[in-house]
Design a protein around this ligand. Structure first.
Ligand SMILES: CC(C)(COP(=O)(O)OP(=O)(O)OC[C@H]1O[C@@H](n2cnc3c(N)ncnc32)[C@H](O)[C@@H]1OP(=O)(O)O)[C@@H](O)C(=O)NCCC(=O)NCCS
Length: 181
């Protein structure tokens, strides 16, 4: 398996043609059941995300074929990431303060179904975070009913609270992991 880190915005943009079919196949599965509209939204999101300062993409390729990817970016000071808790979670003072460095978010992590269970997901995750640009913590949002929720717990992530990032969105577990200084 060949793992490649991509941080240059132009190079990250060129990867999208390979990322799209993997995203489409992985997130068509339960509990996501995403269809063409969701894939179109992913493409649109990625078009701005990959130009964000600190964006980082890791690809996993076998014999040149993309089998998985992970990408993330740091939260900016104007982020709405810490809003929308549905379970009464009250964040401690200062928790939501962001400065473009403090928190690195794992935005997407996907491995083709027939390639799972061999450490590719863990390797993508660890490679993505190896250079999280001095972040204090890692954040992510995962559907509670997805097997990935328990998988992230085993990687050391802890629940912050349940969120609904936009009206009509499913509920997500907002999770963080503190990085060693
Ligand atoms: C979550 C996901 C990325 C994990 O990918 P993966 O390649 O199966 O991950 P790994 O192989 O590293 O870990 C899976 C299991 O295989 C085991 N494993 C088997 N062989 C292994 C090896 N050689 N090295 C490490 N782990 C191995 C791990 O112990 C792990 O067990 P666990 O689930 O009990 O912790 C994958 O299931 C996925 O794409 N899911 C759908 C999309 C999704 O939900 N993404 C996350 C939300 S955005």
């Amino acid at each position: 398996m060949e793992y490649t880190a991509v941080t240059d915005p132009a190079a990250a943009g060129r990867e999208l043609d390979d990322l799209a079919p993997v995203y489409e196949a992985v997130f068509a599965e339960p509990p996501y059941l995403e269809g063409p509209r969701d894939v179109a939204e992913f493409l649109q999101r990625y078009q701005s995300e990959h130009k964000t300062p600190g964006f980082r993409l890791i690809t996993a390729r076998e014999h040149g074929e993309l089998v998985g990817f992970a990408y993330g970016l740091p939260l900016s000071s104007g982020t709405g990431w810490w809003e929308g808790f549905t379970d009464g979670t009250v964040l401690p003072d200062g928790f939501a303060r962001e400065d473009g460095h403090r928190t690195f978010v794992v935005m997407e992590l996907a491995v083709l179904a027939d390639r799972r269970g061999h450490g590719v997901g863990t390797a993508l995750h660890d490679t993505l975070l190896r250079e999280a640009n001095g972040a204090e913590r890692i954040a992510l949002a995962v559907r509670p009913e997805a097997p990935a929720a328990a998988w992230y717990e085993r990687l050391g992530y802890q629940l912050v609270g349940l969120t609904q990032p936009w009206d009509g969105a499913p509920v997500y577990r907002s999770m963080t992991k503190t990085l060693p200084v």
